[in-house]
Design a protein around this ligand. Structure first.
Ligand SMILES: [Zn+2]
Length: 1186
């Protein structure tokens, strides 16, 4: 589409191409830029006519009579014998209980902001911060008032709280190893060599010369490694004092940077970012980041793992048949029948005695001299102590005093001696949380997603928008294949930013539109090179030279940089927006503002549960908080209402009516919209009519006995209404049951859990008919995004019902066994957030890359009609698209690799915009550089999405095995090519990937890939769909939940208690714990918790009196209760969905639910414990190496 279509279909040097050639619909309505009073929009200004109601098609008589077909009738003709009394009391607009407004401050008229004429001040050297202060953001991201996520709020929890938005991440600076063993005798020669990596200070700054390759034992002290191992570097990625004018991309080979002579404190010169190689404003006050953060090449030697482990994933133990924990986040079991009695859990893991620890296989001849990096390490001064082989028998097991006797004897490997996610997260937080992440340098690995940090855009996009599996890409395809490390970017184009960060500026180039490369159509960005005195520019993606249009011409300074560099976001920033011209709109017409249509199931279950009344009550206030596109007085979004069971009821809520009018369409086989005028209305204008309608709907259907529903005709109706109104929009469908009524898209119950672990298991994930795929395609063409709220009491085939939602970029929510008392708060919070959040409509995303790599595969909720354009009927601030890249040529270390993500969309104000994100990556000829710049959290995000898509077409076991194999190859390649020679009995993990085994195991044990008997087919389909759109922070906490000891809460501090590892043996009977995974919050209460704490938190006097049916904690006026509730509020605010609270008492039947999330333990569904899986991976790696 427009983003791409121009690139592909246009003549190489073409003029503006008529975009949207594919669209054949009668076009968008008159153009308007509602509420955009800026002078820079002058070109579009003109009268803002408001919404023109399109003339109704012939044959339809809106609100006055019967349509020409079907059997729609007006009031009182409901075929379901309801009481359509439309004479009801008028309600005044509700105001209470409403979520706060979401839009940012209105932009003053005439606000200069960014425009093509700049600010008049074109000197170089304007401090970036100063410039930013002047620029008022025009594109204000959605920041829901009701769900505060700003860093300011969270900063108080900085110590432990993950970053409030999804931007976060993980990297390599854990220079010290969490595991193991520092010193020893058997010094592997090259083990010393890890030192060289020390010459390049890792981003963390607290880089350990000695420990880089070693596991330092945290078992003895949970604190940081010995101080002697830490250089006196600042604890951030920034190296102060590096001249700002340094060329940005150091052409210095990485190997040189590791030269021992450079010493530990050596900071390589900043590399050139290609954006104006020099003269970063030295007044910004932001220290310049050190260049490549090459964390020490660290092999973590974990010696002594058993060579073979009988228990691994491919052979699940017989317990699988046992009734296991309720695994799925949806937690159906809670509202439904209680889980059957369960077997006593088996904490700990079975000892595997058949392996021999520390087994040495003798020399490994193929390692000799085969390590590319070895020579560099050889001369390293001050070699670190050689890695010590773990002697499992000599390692004290943790908390032995708390373990039951039979566990003590089983521990052969100290769980504290294997890489700890908690330690990695803590270290990153401590090392990188205090300084802003400045994006001016190519290939920087950002802090982890769990670290709270600020971002300063200096030419590369923020990690909140794009995170990569590696920030250093192999130069050749062969290298990439050898390593098996997937090259992928996780992109969240409309991510919310914390309030401290500046949203992307809006650039208006007037009628001529954005400046683009003539050949590849890439958009102007900081990496384009201006030549010939500024008259032409050379494309950084395809090298084509393009004339600079006269109106865009500017002189260059002595460094070759345009003198207006700092005045133009598209020249100096990684992320910005362009105002799109009419060429970027369907049929060359500016779009109408979008519409929201609320479509409510009014069948028996929906009415009886109180759901219908709840929705109607909520909408009365919620409609005042529709997204406003940042700067409008009121939302431009129009709304419409439909109810349905076996038939559909449309409502005329035109402002001139005294009462709403209903029209019934019972011909669901040939859906049409019986009214045009009066169906989609402005909330303010029709306020009283809408309020009256929402009052009447619950009454009208109060006595319904209709249990059957249709589904596809509902979507079809919404789609047709948007088509008729010539706008994009979103359908909010509230649905309760499998659509078995006679209609297109009718479904049958085909649930069959016997298919699990068979070749036909994949069918459970596939839609049962193609009907919905075709419907989705039509929706995408219209920009009709479908959000689905499901309230099932039984199977309703999420795999099929979710197809349209999935392909239109919508969201799906599921409230199994919905009960008003327990689920109302969660549902309403989800609904409020979903309605209020900023959405880009009718969007197309294209990812361009510099020569040598290209985007080859895409994961997420969208539709693709060709191989390059990601089409999204809607894209909201929470949705993520993961993109995989492959080589199609060689890359060069000098030029690196560039990504440009361009998203064309219609804002909620109806404005057509392009959002651009640019990111530059390094390229390497040494595998070690790849492994040093990986991000495991992003890798897991990719692998999970890859696997979750794989189950559509492959047996689940095949998918699991493929995952294990790929990761084994990744780690084996490191071992073979990057690690120092050592005995095969040692497991050596790259520093940046030391958590890969534990996280991968969590993916393998997840409900989609290895379901327990309690997991429903719908839950699996639901989870599969959710994960596919998750960002890195969400997958991180989803697969490895956060576990906080509540008795460690300091009520006088804003800090969260330190998290602990997800294993039962870490739990104390005398403590309470909070566990969250993004979908659920558990509070686990030990049997020996002090009575006073129970009283303070639950308001009851004893353990036995705690109710595990409560859905919220009681509001008690004591510091402990307040603190715990504030922690929960903070966690809720961080997540895109409201998490369900589940109280679990130790030794209670619900404890099985909780234990399912203790992901380091063996799972009841047969998933391996972390220790066992690590041993299994070790075995796989050894097989690959032998
Ligand atoms: Zn180009």
């Amino acid at each position: 589409m427009s983003v791409n279509q121009q690139a592909h279909s246009g003549p190489p040097y073409g003029q503006p191409q008529p975009a949207y050639q594919r669209y054949q619909q009668p076009g968008y309505g008159g153009q308007q830029m509602p509420g955009v009073p800026h002078s820079q929009y002058g070109v579009y200004n003109g009268p803002v006519p408001g919404h023109q109601q399109p003339a109704p098609p012939q044959g339809y008589f809106p609100s006055l009579g019967l349509p020409s077909k079907g059997s729609p009738v007006s009031l009182n003709s409901d075929t379901s014998s309801l009481a359509p009394n439309f004479i009801g009391p008028l309600r005044t607009p509700p105001t209470s209980g409403a979520p706060p407004p979401t839009s940012g401050a209105p932009l003053p008229v005439g606000q200069p902001a960014y425009n093509q004429f700049g600010q008049g001040d074109v000197q170089n050297g304007i401090p970036a911060s100063a410039v930013q202060m002047q620029r008022l953001s025009v594109s204000q991201p959605f920041i829901p008032g009701s769900t505060p996520t700003s860093i300011s709020q969270l900063s108080s929890f900085q110590q432990y709280g993950p970053s409030p938005t999804s931007a976060q991440q993980l990297t390599n600076h854990m220079a010290r190893m969490t595991i193991g063993s520092v010193p020893t005798s058997a010094a592997p020669p090259a083990g010393l060599g890890y030192g060289p990596s020390t010459s390049v200070p890792p981003a963390s700054g607290s880089f350990t010369a000695t420990g880089s390759g070693l596991y330092t034992p945290y078992s003895s002290s949970q604190g940081p490694p010995p101080a002697s191992m830490t250089h006196g570097l600042p604890p951030t990625s920034l190296s102060q004092g590096v001249p700002l004018a340094q060329p940005a991309f150091s052409g210095l080979p990485l190997s040189m940077q590791r030269l021992p002579s450079q010493g530990p404190g050596y900071a390589p010169p900043p590399s050139s970012t290609g954006i104006g190689p020099s003269n970063y404003p030295s007044t910004t006050g932001a220290p310049r980041p050190s260049t490549m953060q090459s964390p020490p090449l660290s092999g973590q030697a974990l010696a002594g793992l058993p060579a073979s482990q009988p228990n691994h994933l491919s052979s699940p133990p017989p317990q699988q048949a046992m009734s296991g924990p309720h695994p799925g986040p949806p937690m159906t079991g809670l509202q439904g029948p209680p889980p059957p009695p369960t077997h006593p859990s088996q904490p700990g893991y079975q000892i595997q005695q058949n392996g021999s620890f520390g087994q040495v296989r003798g020399s490994q001849p193929n390692y000799g001299g085969a390590y590319p990096g070895t020579p560099n390490y050889g001369s390293q001064p001050g070699p670190p102590p050689p890695p010590k082989r773990l002697d499992p028998d000599s390692i004290p097991s943790p908390q032995l005093s708390e373990l039951p006797p039979q566990q003590k004897s089983r521990h052969r490997i100290d769980p504290d001696a294997i890489p700890s996610p908690i330690q990695v997260i803590e270290d990153d937080r401590n090392n990188r949380g205090s300084e802003p992440f400045v994006t001016g340098v190519r290939g920087q690995v950002p802090p982890l997603v769990t670290t709270n940090f600020l971002v300063k855009d200096q030419g590369n996009t923020s990690p909140r928008y794009i995170r990569c599996t590696s920030y250093n890409i192999p130069c050749t395809s062969d290298m990439a294949k050898q390593s098996q490390v997937p090259l992928a970017a996780v992109i969240k184009p409309l991510a919310m930013l914390p309030t401290e960060e500046t949203p992307p500026y809006l650039v208006d180039h007037g009628e001529s539109g954005p400046i683009r490369c003539n050949r590849c159509k890439a958009y102007m960005c900081p990496f384009m090179q201006f030549i010939e005195g500024g008259r032409r520019f050379q494309c950084c993606f395809c090298s084509c030279v393009t004339e600079v249009p006269p109106h865009y011409f500017q002189h260059l300074d002595h460094t070759g940089k345009r003198v207006d560099f700092y005045d133009r976001p598209e020249l100096s920033l990684g992320s910005y927006e362009f105002l799109a011209t009419v060429d970027y709109c369907k049929n060359n017409k500016f779009p109408n503002p979008p519409a929201f249509i609320f479509m409510i199931d009014v069948s028996y279950n929906a009415v009886k549960s109180g759901l219908v009344r709840l929705i109607c009550e909520e909408l009365k206030s919620l409609l005042d908080y529709l997204p406003r596109g940042g700067n409008l007085e009121e939302s431009a979004i129009r709304v419409g209402f439909v109810t349905y069971n076996k038939v559909l009821h449309f409502y005329n809520v035109k402002s001139s009516l005294a009462q709403p009018q209903m029209m019934v369409v019972s011909d669901v086989a040939d859906m049409f919209v019986p009214l045009l005028d009066g169906f989609l209305v402005n909330v303010n204008e029709s306020r009283t009519v809408i309020a009256s309608l929402l009052d009447q709907i619950p009454e009208m259907f109060a006595d319904t006995r209709e249990t059957e529903t249709v589904f596809a005709p509902v979507i079809q109706a919404g789609l047709d209404a948007l088509k008729a109104a010539e706008c994009a929009g979103k359908l909010f469908i509230f649905h309760t049951s499998l659509p078995i009524a006679e209609a297109p898209g009718k479904l049958k119950n085909r649930d069959d859990k016997k298919l699990i672990n068979t070749d036909k298991e994949k069918t459970l994930f596939q839609p049962q008919t193609n009907f919905y795929n075709n419907l989705a395609k039509d929706c995408v063409a219209q920009g009709c995004c479908v959000d689905l709220f499901l309230f099932p009491n039984q199977y309703l085939d999420v795999a099929t019902l979710g197809v349209v939602t999935y392909q239109t970029g919508g969201s799906i929510y599921k409230y199994t066994y919905f009960q008003l008392e327990t689920d109302q708060e969660r549902f309403l919070n989800d609904l409020r957030r979903d309605v209020q959040k900023e959405v880009g409509f009718d969007a197309v995303m294209r990812v361009r890359t510099s020569t040598g790599i290209r985007a080859t595969d895409f994961f997420g909720a969208f539709y693709m009609s060709n191989t390059t354009d990601v089409e999204l009927a809607g894209l909201d601030c929470d949705k993520t698209i993961t993109v995989e890249f492959k080589h199609d040529d060689k890359l060069s270390e000098d030029s690196g690799a560039l990504l440009q993500c361009a998203l064309l969309y219609t804002s909620s104000a109806g404005q057509r915009r392009l959002r651009i994100h640019n990111l530059s990556l390094n390229c390497c000829t040494q595998l070690a550089d790849l492994y040093r710049n990986c991000e495991t959290d992003t890798l897991i995000n990719y692998l999970a999405k890859y696997a979750y898509r794989g189950v559509l077409n492959n047996p689940v076991k095949t998918v699991r095995d493929a995952l294990i194999n790929q990761c084994a190859q990744i780690l084996a390649c490191y071992r073979k090519n990057c690690a120092s020679p050592s005995s095969a009995g040692q497991l050596i993990l790259p520093e940046c990937m030391k958590l890969l085994p534990v996280y991968l195991n969590c993916v393998l044990k997840s409900d989609v890939l290895q379901p327990g008997p309690e997991v429903s087919t719908d839950d699996r389909a639901y989870i599969r769909q959710l994960v596919t759109s998750m960002d890195v922070a969400e997958t991180n906490v989803f697969f490895y939940p956060r576990l906080l000891p509540l008795t460690k809460v300091d009520v006088d501090s804003d800090a969260l208690p330190a998290a602990i590892r997800n294993s039962e043996e870490r739990l104390s009977k005398g403590d309470m714990y909070l566990l969250e995974n993004g979908l659920n919050i558990f509070v686990w209460v030990g049997v020996n918790v002090q009575q006073g704490l129970i009283q303070n938190l639950f308001g009851v006097s004893s353990f036995s009196q705690i109710s595990n049916t409560m859905s919220t904690l009681p509001i008690l006026e004591n510091p402990f209760s307040k603190k715990v509730r504030s922690i929960m509020d903070m966690l809720q605010a961080q997540r895109s969905r409201y998490m369900k609270l589940i109280i679990v008492k130790q030794e209670d039947k619900f404890e099985m639910l909780f234990k399912h999330f203790l992901v380091e333990d063996k799972s009841m569904s047969g998933g391996a414990s972390y220790v066992d899986f690590l041993c299994h991976m070790h075995k796989e790696i050894r097989q690959l190496l032998s």
